[in-house]
Design a protein around this ligand. Structure first.
Ligand SMILES: [Zn+2]
Length: 87
């Protein structure tokens, strides 16, 4: 999978759970990880950069992360991994 942040596809991409300013609103607390569906595909370098808050921890980082999560979900829909069942 290609990293949604930088586009690199080198086999290091994993789901990076959102962490940051709004973590407590997305399931993260104490030793708990955030909700799985609030994660974005990130390569090792981008994941490391996110984990170290290299770009700070402001709203612009949160928006960038959330947009990456939306892009990840779009790709999951395209691949048929994420399905919305109609009633
Ligand atoms: Zn990347």
């Amino acid at each position: 999978m290609a990293c949604v942040f930088c586009g690199v596809e080198e086999g290091t991409t994993v789901a990076a759970h959102y962490s940051g300013k709004y973590s407590s609103q997305v399931g993260k607390g104490g030793s708990e990880k955030g909700w799985d569906h609030v994660s974005a595909w990130a390569c090792a370098d981008c994941h490391s950069s996110l984990d170290s808050y290299a770009e700070g921890n402001d709203d612009s980082r949160a928006i960038k992360f959330f947009l990456a999560i939306f892009e990840t979900q779009r790709r999951l829909f395209e691949e048929g991994v994420l399905v919305v069942r109609r009633r």
